[in-house]
Design a protein around this ligand. Structure first.
Ligand code: NAP
Length: 332
C-alpha cells in the first residue's frame, strides 16, 4: 500500500506557494505489537501551519525541509494490534499531512460519531472550539452585559467566540471580510452586529458606531490595523486575548503601526497572549460543554470542506486569502 504525504519543499517567503510543499509516496509501514494503522478521513489546515514553515524560533519546532508537514486529522482504525482500539474506531490525532499513519495509541482521542459528525473534532469540537472556549472564558473572563469584539469572526475560532459570548449574556460584535461573512455571523451565529472590514475605510469610527458603549473584551485573531482600531475603543478594565496575528503571518519584515499602548494605559486594560495547549489538562470538561451547546443548537458551526488530499496546499493558502467560511478541512 502506498501512503501519500506532503513534505516541506522550501521555506515560503511571504505568502506560501503550492510548490513550497511536495507530495511524496512512501510505503505504508507494517504494524508491530501495540500499534494501529489509521487512514485519514479528514485533515485540518490551520493558520499556525504557516509559522511551522518558517525557521524562526517559536512555541513549537519548525518543520525541516523534506520533513512531513504537521497537522491534525480525524482517522479510522483500519488495522489494530493495540487492545485499546478496534478496526472501525474513529480517532483524532496529530497525524501530519498524510493519508495513513501508524500510532502506538499515544495522543489518540476517540471520537464518538453519535455526538456530532466526526469532522467536528477538527473544528467546533476540537482545537479551534477549545481555543475559543478557554480564550474567552479563562483569558478574558466575561461578564453578562459586556461588549465582546472578535476578529476573523466568521472563522473556526471567531465564530465560536461570539456564540459563547452570547450564551454568557454579552453583546457580541464580529469583524470579518465581506458581506457573506458578516451576514453569517449575525444571521446564523446570532452576533449582535458585524463589521465588514473590507468595505470600511475608517476602522476606529466603524467600531465606535457598532460599539457605542465601548469595548470590554477583545478576542484578537488577526492583529494589524483592525486590532489598532479596536484598541482605540476600549472601556476601563478591558481584557484583550491575543489568540492569533494572521494579518502578520506572511510579513517579510516587521510591520510598523501606530503606537497603541497609550490606550492600554488609559483603559488600565489587560493584554494576554495564550496557547490552547496551556489548558490541555481541561480539554475533557470543555469538550463536554461545547458538545452540549452544539447538540442544543446554541452553537452553530459551518465547515468549509475542500475535497481531495492533493488539494491540501491550496486549502492552506486559501486561509490567508480569507476564502473560508467557518472551519476549513480537507476530506480525504
Ligand atoms: N492561540 C492559540 O492557541 C490558537 C489556536 C487556534 C487558532 N489560533 C489563531 O486564531 C486565528 C483564527 O484561526 P482559525 O483557525 O479560526 O482560522 P479562520 O479564522 O478559520 O481562518 C483564517 C481567517 O483569517 C482571516 N484573515 C486572513 N488574512 C487576514 C488579514 N491579513 N487580515 C485580517 N484577517 C485575515 C480570514 O477571514 P476574513 O475573510 O474575515 O479576513 C480567514 O478566513 C488565527 O490567527 C490562528 O493563528 C490561535
Amino acid at each position: 500500500m502506498v501512503n501519500r504525504q506532503f513534505v516541506l519543499a522550501s521555506r515560503p517567503v511571504g505568502m506560501p506557494k503550492e510548490s513550497d510543499l511536495r507530495m511524496v509516496e512512501t510505503p505504508v509501514p507494517a504494524l508491530r505489537d501495540g500499534e494501529v494503522l489509521l487512514r485519514a478521513l479528514y485533515l485540518s489546515v490551520d493558520p499556525y501551519m504557516r509559522g511551522r514553515m518558517n525557521a524562526a524560533k517559536s512555541y513549537a519546532p519548525s518543520v525541516e525541509i523534506g520533513e512531513l508537514m504537521v497537522g491534525g486529522g480525524v482517522a479510522r482504525v483500519v488495522e489494530s494490534k493495540n487492545l485499546g482500539y478496534e478496526v472501525g474506531d474513529v480517532v483524532n490525532l496529530q497525524m501530519g499531512w498524510q493519508e495513513y499513519a501508524v500510532s502506538n495509541g499515544e495522543g489518540l482521542r476517540k471520537v464518538d460519531p453519535n455526538i456530532a459528525p466526526v469532522s467536528t473534532a477538527l473544528g467546533v469540537l476540537g482545537m479551534p472550539g477549545l481555543t475559543a472556549y478557554f480564550g474567552l472564558l479563562e483569558v478574558c473572563g466575561v461578564n453578562a452585559g459586556e461588549t465582546v469584539v472578535v476578529s476573523a469572526a466568521a472563522g473556526a475560532v471567531g465564530s465560536v467566540v461570539g456564540q459563547i459570548a452570547k450564551i454568557k449574556g454579552c453583546r457580541a460584535v464580529g469583524i470579518a471580510g465581506g458581506p457573506e461573512k458578516t451576514s453569517y455571523v449575525t444571521e446564523e451565529c446570532g452576533f449582535d452586529a458585524a463589521l465588514d472590514y473590507k468595505a470600511a475605510t475608517d476602522y476606529p469610527a466603524a467600531i465606535k458606531e457598532l460599539c457605542p458603549g465601548g469595548v470590554d473584551v477583545y478576542f484578537d485573531n488577526v492583529g494589524g490595523p483592525i486590532t489598532d482600531a479596536v484598541l482605540a475603543n476600549l472601556n476601563a478594565r478591558a481584557r484583550i486575548a491575543i489568540c492569533g496575528q494572521i494579518a502578520h503571518a506572511n510579513d517579510t519584515q516587521p510591520s510598523m503601526g501606530p503606537r497603541m499602548w497609550r490606550h492600554i494605559l488609559v483603559a488600565r486594560a489587560k493584554v494576554q497572549g495564550f496557547l490552547v495547549f496551556d489548558y490541555a489538562g481541561r480539554y475533557g470538561s470543555a469538550l463536554e460543554q461545547l458538545g452540549q451547546w452544539v447538540r442544543s443548537g446554541q452553537i452553530k458551526y459551518h465547515e468549509d470542506i475542500v475535497q481531495g488530499f492533493e488539494n491540501m496546499p491550496r486549502a492552506l493558502i486559501g486561509l490567508f486569502r480569507g476564502e473560508n467560511l467557518g472551519k476549513r478541512i480537507v476530506k480525504i
